[in-house]
Design a protein around this ligand. Structure first.
Ligand SMILES: O=C(O)c1cccc(C(=O)CC[C@H]2O[C@@H](n3cnc4c(=O)[nH]cnc43)[C@H](O)[C@@H]2O)c1
Length: 248
């Protein structure tokens, strides 16, 4: 029986998903600890990678060859850019991911596209990745049925330097069109593409990008909301909408 994989950066993002699965147990695969459980009859693994692109690429890359999941759902918290129109706690789906720190130095703080590919037959622009369209549209229509409205979706931006000022947040948002900032998405999309596994991503808003005031952050609500959204999709996303891609 093929499995599904939920990927989170930190344990507090994984905890609500783990709590909603049946028959959970700890397993070790390729030396990496994971949780195995069931969403109805679906076998689900949860991988907590650790924060950032290096942990994500290394841990995901270690388990994918043996796990070969049908698809990967990346879930967690994220920051909202100032002009995104988002609110705290919102669930947002990634239409694409961009690693902001891949590129060629430019006059602005945002690099220009790198003039060589990062992988054979990879994405058109190095460091830019699209979510699997079948999974994205399937998830959007399921949420529309549940909530009576289309959930926000659009470009996500992956950083290794967390944005810590309103000015930089505004310029990244303006220049990239990004809605959500996070620290893992592009690494997971890159690794999934290397192994030909479809991937999509949901995040719940935990903070406005650029704010370092603790009163502007609500990580706990974001962890719970992202976990609930992930569980809903694990139970309801039908089998026929995903399209595994050939290995790159
Ligand atoms: O900044 C803090 O003080 C802080 C304290 C405890 C935990 C955290 C995190 O877990 C944040 C990093 C984690 O969350 C994602 N995330 C959330 N908001 C942002 C953001 O505005 N920019 C970049 N990453 C963000 C990220 O994916 C990490 O996994 C922080």
């Amino acid at each position: 029986m093929k499995s599904l994989l939920v990927l989170t950066a930190v344990d507090r993002e994984a905890a609500p998903v783990r709590a909603g699965l049946d028959q959970t147990k700890d397993v070790i695969l390729s030396g990496i600890p994971l949780t195995l459980g069931f969403a109805g009859k679906r076998r689900v693994y949860i991988l907590v990678s650790g924060p950032g692109v290096f942990n994500t690429a290394a841990k995901l890359g270690a388990v994918l060859p043996s796990l070969q999941p049908e698809w990967i759902l990346q879930a967690g918290c994220g920051g909202m850019y100032p002009e995104s129109g988002l609110s705290m706690g919102d669930i947002v789906l990634a239409a694409s991911e961009r690693d902001l720190h891949t590129g060629l130095e430019s006059k602005s703080a945002i690099p220009s596209p790198l003039p060589f590919p990062l992988m054979e037959n990879g994405p058109g622009i190095p460091g830019y990745y699209d979510a699997d369209t079948g999974l994205l549209h399937g998830a959007l229509s399921l949420f529309a049925k549940k909530e009576g409205r289309m959930l926000p979706h659009g470009p996500f931006i992956t950083v290794s330097t967390v944005t810590a000022s309103k000015e930089t947040a505004a310029s990244i948002g303006r220049e990239t069109g990004g809605l959500v900032e996070n620290m893992e998405g592009a690494a997971a999309f890159h690794t999934a593409a290397l192994f030909g596994i479809p991937i999509f991503e949901i995040r719940s808003i935990s903070n406005p990008v650029g704010s370092r005031k603790s009163e502007d952050w609500d990580l706990e609500t974001a962890f719970i909301r992202a976990g609930e959204a992930a569980l809903y999709l694990l139970h309801t996303l039908p089998r026929h909408i995903w399209h595994p891609k050939p290995n790159l």
